[in-house]
Design a protein around this ligand. Structure first.
Ligand SMILES: Nc1ncnc2c1ncn2[C@@H]1O[C@H](COP(=O)(O)OP(=O)(O)OP(=O)(O)O)[C@@H](O)[C@H]1O
Ligand SMILES: [Mg+2]
Length: 316
């Protein structure tokens, strides 16, 4: 009998993030970069890197462009991630963030991404099925590459559940609709994504909690709804919690949601209670916001914040 111990993350639309500092950035002029940082990223990749900090065994999959896979392969080797990405001709998309320290404005330049064909999509679904056999949890995170049907997310959830693993999904729009129909084990939309999903404005905690309870009733065991700096609501169908993050000096909100999922998933793998998982996830996401780049380098920064996570009564 196989021991179910791995965590798998699926990133169908990874990205190479290039963040550069350009004082007095002006369109139509020659601009000089004073500092830059290049990161292999994508939601599932960021989550996987965080999970490795807890020494959990992690397999990464999804689609990677053959022409610029090197930066990802280097990261996977450095972090001890098992690389099961399906290679696709072409380049993984690049996202450039130009930061002007004077105006504090950010300009985003997003390249087009990969377009996997039908055979490559089927290859990924089969691979996820195989990997789920020896996995406790499979996380499907992020957007879809162009041309890939949102139904693929629902199919992935179904395959993961069939193999007896817990399906965790963090996505939005039609892909989230497809995931919800397939009833995953955990979803974590933010308030805007939830509002789009249920097609109504969500004014307060009561509105959000009503929708979370509906999801519970439909069979989704765990629901988290993040509210940015205002914290997040959580339920496992028995307990409902509102956790407020510690006050930190925000540097970059990139990766906040990924850190939250990483904390929740690590907490499950480590056998923590809901409240302990929420404390871990909230401190990890606050520490990620207090730091540049998509993933946290040191867990001790988050550890120091754990005691400052506040559990508040949910106002109904
Ligand atoms: N300014 C902040 N200060 C402290 N913690 C924060 C801040 N912003 C976000 N967080 C923490 O990160 C969690 C997730 O943030 P958010 O709701 O913005 O996720 P998201 O919209 O899914 O982000 P992403 O863009 O990464 O997908 C929040 O619930 C909160 O605990
Ligand atoms: Mg998010």
């Amino acid at each position: 009998m196989s021991v179910k111990k791995h965590i798998v993350t699926v990133t169908m639309n990874p990205a190479i993030d290039l963040a550069c500092m350009v004082p007095d950035f002006t369109a139509g002029k020659v601009n000089r970069v004073t500092q830059y940082q290049t990161d292999a990223a994508g939601k599932g990749v960021n989550i996987a890197v965080l999970l490795r900090k807890f020494d959990l065994p992690v397999i990464v999959t999804g689609f990677l462009g053959l022409e610029n896979a090197g930066i990802f392969e280097k990261l996977f080797t450095e972090k001890g991630l098992v690389d099961e990405f399906v290679r696709v001709p072409g380049e993984t998309r690049i996202g450039i963030k130009v930061l002007d320290p004077g105006t504090e404005l950010t300009t985003d330049i997003n390249f087009p991404g990969l377009s996997p064909d039908g055979d490559q999509v089927e290859e990924l679904i089969n691979k996820v099925g195989q990997l789920a056999e020896c996995a406790s949890i499979v996380v499907v995170a992020g957007s879809l590459p162009s041309g890939v049907s949102p139904d693929v997310v629902g199919r992935l959830v179904a395959v993961i559940k069939n193999k007896g693993a817990k399906a965790v999904v963090d996505t939005s729009g039609p892909a989230l609709v497809s995931a919800i129909k397939a009833v995953p084990w955990l979803v974590k939309p933010n308030d805007d994504e939830l509002s789009e999903l249920v097609d109504r404005p969500l004014e307060d905690h009561r509105d959000i909690l009503d929708e979370m309870r509906n999801m519970n009733r439909s069979g989704i065991a765990n629901v988290a709804v993040s509210l940015g700096a205002r914290g997040a609501l959580f339920t496992d169908g028995e307990e409902e919690l509102l956790a407020k993050p510690p006050k930190i000096e925000p540097v970059s909100t990139v990766g906040a949601g990924d850190a939250m999922i990483g904390g929740l998933v690590a907490g499950v793998a480590l056998g923590l209670s809901l409240k302990e998982r929420v404390r871990l996830a909230t401190s990890l996401s606050a520490a990620t916001v207090a730091h540049a780049g998509p993933s946290l380098e040191r867990l001790d920064v988050a550890k120091d914040l754990e005691e400052q996570v506040i559990f508040e009564a949910i106002s109904l």
